[in-house]
Write a protein that binds this ligand. Structure first.
Ligand code: TRP
Length: 467
């Protein structure tokens, strides 16, 4: 070994001692898939597919994942790995190293704030899954009619005490897991929870295949009818591609900062994309057969899994057991995503010298507090619409506004900044060396997509969502 090499490997191992790493490529894949697979896959994907008429929407969604989502995700992970520290410190570090304006650093701040706000309301919705595990297990859905089940959901939302309790339990879980460390906390729980998630999902699909109308669900999801697809549907698909891959707000950048240097990013990202998509489709195959078998509506919107699906479980043999399993699945998916959202905040505090557990407790407490606003926006503050003076935001509660801020502003702005940074600010050679696509035509195509296609697509969604 040359002296330069041994010196640099000494640096690497010293850094590794300070800065933790995922133990293997598989560990990173599970962690990143855990982040990607969440309420977005099991709650949102099925209901937006339902609202947008099925097959054609699914096809466009797959295209968006491939052309926009995956390239930006790869770039984001690479930025994280190159910096090796929290996004806020890391983006400034990279800008200096790449000899470009230090103003690029602001994109990490956008991500930081967005991740903070996102977790504050994600935790409240994650709390609903806790509440529903109890309701399902106690047989509240059995034989109940639509009005009763709709009433249960309404009652939950109207009860600030219950929402607060479940939000607190959920945040506590997140803080404990994250605070225990990258390997001892996050990696260990993810290695347990992700296999559990896949088993639960397969069991539920099996149940749906036996008891539900599987054929109708298959044709709903996989036979495209383009007359049912609107422009709005296309843009929804594109926006969701970001959300479901957890890309755009530096969350994957933080996860990437723990990625060992020898792992091939391109190949890893493809695996994550495949698994994430697989879970979303399987969730559809677990839900829609039951919905169709009971003559219910697939296009019910956000109430699909909290009202329509319980109604279906309530009419079916084995509904108590499988209904309970479904909401456990939802909880597992939500927790493994939530721990990724708090990571940029915790890692930043660590960079500032705060211990991990203390950092997790501090950030968890602040995020919890902001989450109280979301809790109240469903009941006590339901009529508080702070931006009523702007026509665009008329009638929107705090929860609606938080969601808008993250999903419609921060995700596209952050995603655009990542694409532009990796595509234009970084030297092509640096990108090529880091991304792992070789230096042939595939890389050239990737570079082109990242420079032109992804930014253009994101801009279109962004402008549309504002208008
Ligand atoms: N992808 C997750 C889901 O589908 C949510 C999520 C986790 C996320 N981390 C994120 C979304 C970062 C945007 C950015 O539920």
């Amino acid at each position: 070994m040359s002296s330069i090499e041994s010196a640099s490997s000494a640096v690497v191992s010293r850094e590794a001692a300070v800065h933790p790493q995922w133990s293997s490529r598989l560990a990173f894949i599970l962690a990143a898939t855990g982040s990607a697979v969440g309420l977005g896959n099991i709650w949102k994907f099925p209901y937006i597919t339902g609202e947008n008429g099925g097959g054609a929407f699914v096809l466009v969604y797959l295209l968006c994942i491939l052309v926009v989502g995956l390239p930006i995700l790869a770039a984001e992970i690479l930025l994280g790995r190159r910096s090796g520290c929290s996004p806020i410190k890391g983006m400034t570090l990279l800008a200096r190293r790449d000899a470009v304006s230090l103003r690029w650093g602001w994109m990490a701040w956008v991500g930081f704030v967005a991740a903070f706000v996102l977790l504050s309301f994600y935790s409240v919705v994650g709390g609903w899954s806790l509440a529903y595990i109890g309701l399902a297990a106690q047989g509240f859905f059995s034989g109940a009619d639509a009005a009763t089940i709709g009433g249960l959901f309404g009652q939950l939302l109207e009860d600030p005490g219950a929402l607060l309790l479940w939000h607190s339990v959920f945040m506590l879980l997140v803080v404990l897991i994250t605070g225990s460390g990258v390997r001892a906390g996050m990696e260990r729980s993810i290695k347990l929870l992700m296999p559990l998630l896949f088993v639960l999902l397969l069991v539920l699909v099996g149940y749906a295949a036996v008891r539900g109308n599987f054929a109708q669900a298959l044709s709903f999801l996989f036979s495209p009818d383009f007359s049912k697809l609107s422009t709005e549907g296309v843009l929804t698909a594109l926006g969701h591609a970001f959300f479901t891959l957890s890309t755009g707000i530096c969350v994957m950048m933080a996860y990437g900062s723990y990625l060992p240097p020898q792992v091939n990013i391109a190949r890893t990202v493809v695996t994550i994309g495949l698994l994430d998509t697989l879970v979303a489709l399987l969730a559809g195959l677990a839900i829609f057969p039951l919905v169709f078998a009971n003559g219910l509506e697939p296009g019910a919107g956000p109430g699909l899994i909290f009202v329509t699906l319980p109604l279906a479980f309530g009419q079916m043999t084995g509904g108590v057991l499988f209904g309970t399993l479904f909401f456990i699945l939802l909880l597992v998916a939500a927790v493994t995503s939530a721990i990724s959202m708090i990571e940029p905040v915790v890692e930043w505090l660590e960079d500032k010298g705060v211990s991990r557990m203390l950092g997790a407790l501090m950030s968890g407490a602040m995020i919890w507090l902001l989450g109280v606003c979301t809790v109240l926006s469903f009941n006590v503050w339901a009529d508080f619409h702070p931006l009523d003076f702007m026509a665009r935001f008329e009638g929107k509660t705090l929860f609606d506004l938080f969601d808008f801020l993250v999903s419609n502003l921060a995700l596209p702005i952050g995603g655009l900044a990542i694409a532009l940074y990796a595509g234009w600010a970084m030297k092509p050679q640096t990108l090529r060396d880091g991304i792992g696509l070789g230096d042939g035509a595939v890389f050239t195509l990737f570079h082109f997509v990242l420079r032109f296609l992804s930014p253009a697509a994101v801009l279109v969604v962004f402008v549309y969502n504002l208008g």
